[in-house]
Structures are given as C-alpha cells and as structure tokens.
Design a protein. Structure first.
Ligand code: INI
Length: 153
C-alpha cells in the first residue's frame, strides 16, 4: 500500500495570512499563534505576508486575490465570528467558509480555516490560547501539512 502524507516542515514556505479585524482582542492571539507556528516549524516570519481586512465577510475576497497571485504556497484565513442576538452571525460565517472553500478548489492553493465561529466571547477566548488551544496554531499546522501532502500527489 502506498500512503501519502505531509510532514509539518515549513522551511522555505511562503504563507499568506488574511486576518479579519473584527473582535481583534481574540484575533490578535490567533495571529500570534499562526506566526509562531510557522517559525517553530522551520519557516521564516519574513516569508509571511499579513493582509488585514475589516471582518470575516471580506476574508474570501482577499484570500482569492492572494491565491491567484501565484506567490503563496498556502493561505491561512483568521478571524472570529461571535454569535449575537440576530441572524447576522449565520450570514457572515456562512459566506466566509463558503468563499474560502471555493478559492482553494478553484486555485489549488491550500487555504486553512482559522475563523472561529462561536456562541460566546468565553468560547472565543477558550480557543484563542487558553483551555481549548489556539485555532491559529491548529489551522497553520493544517496549511503546512497540506502544502507538503499536495507536493506528493
Ligand atoms: N465580522 C466578524 O469578523 N466577526 C463578527 O462577529 C461579525 N459580526 O458579528 O458582525 C462581523 N461582522 C462584520 C462583517 O464581517 C463585515 O465586515 C461587515 O458586514 C461589512 O461588510
């Protein structure tokens, strides 16, 4: 049996980070986790390009432009959508994940989904570097692994 799998080495990788500013008190920790992960896995902060956008709704458009530029091995989308009392959450989160999914299938550039979609500020804090880990770290590892697995297919 032939098994193809990707390692977690980020040496020489060019990574685009697209970051929604909304809920920045959470998002800043996710970004720090993402950068730290690239560096700790052999990559360089100089090879990271960070693009700031207003919120999660705008993330897919910037991800698409980076992916189409051909300059990046992978793109990490980072943001935080926190449910409020209206259906707004569902529209913003839904468009964000749908758009990101489309970009990676249409361009072949791996895009990882580091956008928290949570019911409360407490859940967001838990997933941005406290008791439930850090989504920025997790999705950056997924991006690195996908670059390395796709190279072999
Ligand atoms: N954007 C987010 O990234 N997170 C949110 O929780 C959020 N909420 O709840 O409204 C949010 N809204 C802004 C949206 O992403 C767009 O920036 C805005 O609608 C302008 O297009």
């Amino acid at each position: 049996m032939k098994v193809i799998e990707g390692n977690l080495t980020a040496s020489g990788m060019k990574i685009g980070l697209v970051v929604g500013r909304f809920n920045s008190f959470v998002v800043d920790h996710l970004v720090a986790g993402a950068i730290d992960t690239v560096v700790r896995h052999g990559g360089s902060a100089e090879n990271i390009t960070k693009v700031m956008v207003p919120g999660a709704f705008e993330i897919p458009l910037a991800v698409n432009k980076l992916a189409q530029s051909g300059e990046f091995d992978a793109i990490v989308a980072i943001g935080a959508v926190i449910r409020g009392g209206t259906p707004h959450f569902d529209y913003v989160a839904g468009e964000c994940v749908k758009g990101i999914g489309q970009v990676q299938l249409q361009t072949g550039v791996p895009v990882s989904f580091g956008v928290l979609t949570v019911d409360s500020i407490e859940q967001a804090i838990e997933r941005s570097g406290t008791k439930a880990g850090n989504k920025g770290v997790e999705c950056t590892l997924a991006a690195i692994e996908m670059v390395n697995v796709l190279k072999q297919i």
